[in-house]
Design a protein around this ligand. Structure first.
Ligand code: PLP
Length: 370
């Protein structure tokens, strides 16, 4: 099996250590031990055994997730991040020759991982002109007898656009009619400005998520699949071949955060997201000569279209080489002419980064004009 390079990750890993300004990472400033103890009221007891493992996930985590998703433990597979959660869903649903329908632009692993299995991607376009919304009309035409899975993110990565439950239900109904499943990656859903419960519970919907983004607990790297029982059983079996047990210690820490501090952590995220969104909006309104954008519905990423006529990788390399500013090329989300900006940093860093973005683009424009 050939594992394709994930360009987005390579770009970030190679350049981030040398960046002075970073509008590329899609997480917020992490929670500190002190913050954690203050909101979750938990620290490990002296006799806590760091040798413990739980192949089927820590009971505490499962209890917290049952409350969050209104599900039972047999709907849950505890994973190492949403990355492993998605991986397990792809491996449980897809085989060589199958087709999966994937939103475009999108998050690169969501098609490169299933392609490793020999499954074929079918693009489902979320058009800028349609405010990056999903288009139900076209979905029906994309389904064939080979289709096994429909894949989307809510909020949408890279645009931050929200998909309403009514629309998810319409998609799920189409899936049900064809006896297939919909994977909804909800890693950013709690960061939405429009509040909506998880889509788990809608027939034929599989949900994945993790504590890495909205909750600021990336270092724990605890994630989960929430799925109809028959899918959860398959994912659990597969997990024996990936990580076996995820980190029990992380699962316990995550469980306490979800049980006792979820609301506080969501508020913490939303405060950062809203403050930074306002700064960014002001900047975008002032710099229409550089960008057109669809305002995100929350979260901390957006996907503006730039006005310059050049490939997005070249544009981002220029900004990195001249300003030490790291932003992500739209090409890595399969959409040329765009860049992804992430703004989970503090306000001061955001303002400084936007200043150098302006400077870089102005210099570039002058070079092009002269
Ligand atoms: C849509 C989406 N899914 C999954 C992941 C990976 O999540 P995790 O860090 O929990 O593995 C990311 C990370 O950026 C993401 O944006």
């Amino acid at each position: 099996m050939h594992a394709p390079r994930i360009d987005l990750f390579e770009w970030l890993l190679q350049n981030a250590p040398y960046a002075t300004y970073n509008l590329a990472f899609s997480n917020i400033t992490g929670v500190t031990v002190k913050e954690y103890e203050t909101v979750a009221h938990y620290s490990f007891p002296d006799n806590f055994d760091f040798g413990l493992n739980a192949q089927y996930g820590a009971e505490e985590l499962k209890r917290a997730l049952c409350l969050m998703y209104n599900c039972t433990p047999d709907n849950i597979v505890a994973t190492t991040g949403a990355s492993e959660a998605n991986f397990l869903v792809f491996f449980s649903r897809l085989n060589q020759g199958d087709e999966f329908i994937i939103e475009q632009p999108g998050y690169q692993p969501m098609w490169l991982t299933p392609e490793m299995l020999g499954a074929r991607r079918i693009h489902w376009l979320r058009r800028f002109e349609n405010k990056f919304g999903v288009d139900i009309e076209t979905l029906n035409n994309l389904i064939t007898e080979k289709t096994k899975l429909i894949v989307l993110t809510n909020l949408h990565n890279p645009s931050g656009v929200f998909t309403h439950q009514k629309t998810i239900k319409e998609i799920a109904k189409i899936a049900e009619d064809h006896d297939i499943y919909v994977l909804v990656d909800e890693i950013y859903l709690d960061g939405s400005f429009i509040s909506q419960p998880s889509s788990f519970g809608i027939p034929n919907v599989i949900v994945t998520s993790s504590a890495t983004k909205v909750y600021g607990l990336g270092g724990f790297h605890t994630g989960w699949v929430i799925a109809p029982r028959e899918i959860a059983i398959q994912c659990q079996k597969l997990k024996a071949h990936s990580t076996g047990a995820a980190s029990y210690t992380s699962e316990i820490m995550t469980a306490h955060a979800l049980r006792d501090a979820r609301e506080d952590l969501i508020k913490r995220f939303q405060k950062r997201a809203k403050t930074n969104f306002e700064i960014l909006k002001k900047w975008m309104n002032k710099h229409k000569e550089f960008f057109e954008w669809i305002e995100p519905d929350g979260g901390i990423v957006c996907f503006p279209r730039y006005t310059m006529d050049m490939p997005s990788v070249d544009l981002c390399k220029y900004l990195f080489d001249t300003q030490k500013l790291l932003v992500n090329p739209g090409f890595y989300f399969n959409q040329e002419g765009f860049i992804r900006l992430s703004y989970g940093c503090d306000e001061f860093s955001l303002q400084n980064s936007l200043d150098v973005l302006e400077k870089g683009l102005r210099n570039l424009q002058d070079n092009i004009d002269s």
